[in-house]
Write a protein that binds this ligand. Sequence first.
Ligand code: ADP
Ligand code: MG
Length: 181
Amino acid sequence: RIGWVEVVCGSMFSGKTEELIRRLNRAKIARQKVEIFKPAIDKRYHDVDIVSHNENSIRSTPVNTSEEILLFAGDCDVVGIDEAQFLDNNLVEVCNKLAGSGKRVIVAGLDMDFAGKPFGPMPLLLSIAEYVTKVHAVCVVCGEVAQYSYRKVTSQDKILLGETDSYEARCRRCYTLGELA
Ligand code: ADP
Ligand code: MG
C-alpha cells in the first residue's frame, strides 16, 4: 500500500480542526485504524482530546517531539496531527517516513503566526505534501474571507495560547489596518 501526506492549513477559526476530525471520522467509518497526535504544549481545552471551536472532539495522544509520533503510530492506517505549527522541523522527516511506510498522514496547523510569518514546520510540510487544503475564516470586522490570526493583546511572543480573548480572524485589509493602528 502507498501512503501520502495531506495538509490542512489556515488561520485561527478557519475550521482546520473541524476538517481534520471530519476526515478522521470518515476513515474510522471505513474501519481504518486511526491514531491522532497533538503537541503537548496545546492544553487549551483538554489534555488528550482534540476539540474544534464548534465543540467536535476526538481522542488524541499528546507528544513532546515529532519523533514520538513515529514511536506511537504503530500499525495504524491513518495518522492525524493537529496544531502541527508547534512541533519541530523533524516533523517533515517523520511525515515522510510514515507515508513511506504506507500510511495516510493528515496534518493540520496554522500556516501563519500572528505577525503573518510562516509558522514552525508548516511551510516545509506544505512543500512535501501530496495534497494541500487552505481553509478560511470569516473576518470579524467586515465579513470578508479571512486568512490572518490578528492578536488583540500586545504580547510579542510567537507562542501565546489563547482563544477569542486574544485572537480574531481578519481579512488582509482589516489585518493590515489593525497593524497600522
Ligand atoms: P481551527 O482549528 O482552524 O481554529 P475550528 O475547527 O476549531 O478552527 O473551528 C471552526 C469553527 O469556529 C467554525 O465552524 C465556527 O463555528 C467557529 N468560528 C468562530 N469564529 C469564527 C470566524 N471568525 N470565522 C469562521 N468560523 C468561526
Ligand atoms: Mg484547531
